[in-house]
Ligand binder design. Structure first.
Ligand code: ZN
Length: 161
């Protein structure tokens, strides 16, 4: 593929065509995705491929940026990293990822609390309706002179006499 590209670029008519396309900003093509980019670019705008190797200290800081959004926010805040696009990229990505994760977690907690509240509300309504029903039945039975025993409460009432 590389050799093919090379011979292609060497043909005069194609070189003229390329020159007209790239006349606004002369560039190089990305070895990863072949997107044309400025010759002095640190990253390919198409695929994010790093042109210059990233120092290990920068890579370590970029990796540390993922220790929650706090680390990412601290790195974004520190003036030392204001020009470090690689570090800042990962710091921003960490802040966004952790931000979305936090929002989803809080939403899930709120929803589960809401669900629990709904269950209690429904159980409360059912218990109230059951109590109303029993109250009416027992009042009517007593009024009619019937001995109507409830399963548990009846035997207790019997014993206490
Ligand atoms: Zn690329």
């Amino acid at each position: 593929m590389a050799a093919e590209l090379y011979s292609h670029e060497n043909r005069p008519q194609d070189r003229a065509a390329d020159a007209s396309v790239n006349s606004a900003r002369p560039g190089v093509s990305c070895p990863q995705c072949e997107t044309t980019m400025p010759a002095n670019a640190a990253f390919c705008p198409g695929c994010g491929w790093s042109i210059a190797p990233i120092p290990s200290a920068d890579r370590a800081i970029a990796a540390a940026a993922y220790l929650t959004w706090v680390a990412g926010a601290v790195i974004l805040f520190l003036p030392a990293f204001h020009k470090q696009r690689f570090v800042r990229f990962h710091a921003w990505q960490s802040v966004f990822l952790w931000g979305v994760f936090s929002v989803l977690t809080i939403a899930a907690l709120l929803l589960s609390n809401l669900a629990a509240a709904m269950v209690f509300l429904v159980l409360g309504i059912l218990a109230s309706l059951a109590m109303l029903f029993l109250w009416i039945v027992l009042t009517v039975k007593a009024w009619q002179g019937e001995r109507f025993e409830l399963p548990l409460f009846g035997s207790l009432a019997e014993r206490l006499g």
